[in-house]
Design a protein around this ligand. Structure first.
Ligand code: GP9
Ligand code: MN
Length: 433
């Protein structure tokens, strides 16, 4: 009901983390490109297989002094997978305990997320994705998020060998969408959702021939092929960067790269383990949790002090982080994440099932581990208090987020100066002109 929204706002107010003033507004007015790297896990970064880097181009970005990268950044998705990741990044609220938020409430929900916020700062907004618009109910949800344009499969030639299971192959997505991107009014907020590095990790014969990486030979075919499609995705990203550089767009653009969720499941992790110099025969819940790390990078020529930060965080934290970099105050919004660069950033990372990771302790299935060593902890009374405080916060934020979205409570909350999204304003089949 209506009064709960103030309780929730009170909670997010108490957890608000003020921006680091040195970074606030650093990218004001710049274009933003979000590169959603499908099923891309952190272990791929700087990884060599049979003597060759799996993702040499993305590694270059990761290691560049023009990049703020994170190596303790976790995905936090539930059953909604890609769509949960999208929801967290765009709104800084969690997916739902069951199913996909996009699919369950996306058609009617009130959102106060990135596309609408940036639109109201003068940005044009667009999504590029090579699958059909109805997948994950994106066609409806994006209207409520306030996306002006959605270039789905119908905008590209996806015939014959141009697509794999989930749509247009990534290299073609980047190539065939430039004609739309170049017509977007600047500054733009553009999201690319890649698909080729998706289970079952298939490349056709031609792409296989162009793939110089030799797959590992574990006992699990999906694990082996994962490295090949990740390598393909890396080449796709490079080709897109070549375009940005050729057109000069790179100079006034910030690129955010992130992995949406795991590509290798917990059941397959023991087969993956030897490639990560770990013992698959002594594999436990803690090991699975540690593999939920995904890349998060912010790359721009405007960054000169880039480095890899070991701050703990997750997808829920992206929106306030990005808003602050763009010089937009986040305080009046209801957001469950906090700015990764803020000294007050909360490093307890909630998983959708209420497990959590923090720099010191990790709680999985009721067992507490030392995050650094992986050793099980039998906590002292003092440690128990800290662990309980972390767990309480995780429970509270997940249940507040669920109440907010399941009851569509943002319809009762109007941040000052923010205009409510009118979904009927958008028609995605009419194109740009
Ligand atoms: C489909 C793609 C895959 O359009 O985004 O979604 P996933 O299966 O990863 O949730
Ligand atoms: Mn996905």
């Amino acid at each position: 009901n209506k009064s709960e929204i103030y309780q929730i706002k009170n909670f997010t107010d108490q957890h608000y983390a003020a921006p680091d003033q040195a970074k606030f507004g650093k990218f004001k007015g710049k274009n933003v490109v979000i590169l959603h790297l499908e099923s891309f896990q952190q272990f791929l970064i700087n990884k060599k297989i049979n003597g060759k880097e799996v993702t040499p181009f993305i590694n270059k970005i990761y290691n560049s002094n023009h990049t703020y990268a994170f190596d303790n950044f976790f995905h936090q998705v539930g059953q909604g997978k890609t769509s949960d990741a999208e929801n967290m990044l765009e709104t800084s609220t969690y997916g739902l305990p069951q199913g996909s938020l996009f699919a369950q409430v996306g058609s009617d929900n009130t959102f106060q997320g990135a596309p609408a916020i940036l639109d109201q700062q003068g940005y044009s907004t667009a999504v590029f994705h090579g699958n059909v618009a109805s997948f994950w109910n994106r066609n409806n949800t994006y209207k409520n998020l306030g996306y002006q344009y959605f270039f789905d499969a119908s905008y590209y030639d996806t015939s014959g060998d141009k697509a794999t299971g989930y749509g247009l192959k990534d290299k073609l997505l980047f190539k065939d969408s430039t004609k739309y991107l170049q017509r977007l009014q600047q500054p733009f907020y553009a999201k690319y959702i890649t698909v080729t590095n998706h289970f079952p990790y298939q490349l056709d014969d031609k792409d296989m021939k162009n793939n110089r990486l030799k797959a590992p030979d574990t006992d699990d075919t999906a694990v082996n092929n994962y490295f090949l499609t990740a390598h393909y995705l890396d080449q796709s990203v490079k080709e897109f960067y070549d375009y940005l550089q050729k057109t000069g767009l790179d100079k006034n653009t910030v690129v955010v790269l992130y992995g949406d969720h795991y590509g290798i499941s917990n059941a397959e992790n023991p087969s993956l383990a030897p490639l990560l110099d770990k013992d698959g025969n002594n594999w436990n819940d803690y090991d699975n949790a540690m593999l939920q790390r995904v890349p998060f990078m912010i790359n721009s020529p405007a960054i000169e002090d880039g480095h890899v930060s070991s701050v703990y965080g997750g997808e829920i934290d992206v929106l306030p982080t990005l808003m602050h970099l763009l010089g937009i105050n986040s305080q009046k919004y209801i957001q469950f994440g906090t700015d990764l660069f803020s000294p007050q950033h909360d490093q307890v990372v909630a998983f959708r099932n209420r497990d959590w990771v923090s720099p010191k302790y990790t709680s999985i299935n009721g067992t507490i581990y030392d995050t650094k060593t992986g050793k099980e902890i039998h906590p002292t009374a003092k440690q128990r208090r800290q662990i309980k405080a972390n767990q309480d916060k995780v429970n509270m934020e997940l249940s507040f987020s669920d109440t907010l979205n399941q009851q569509n409570l943002l319809r009762f909350y109007q941040p000052e100066g923010f205009n409510k999204v009118d979904p009927s304003a958008y028609n995605y089949s009419s194109g740009l002109y």
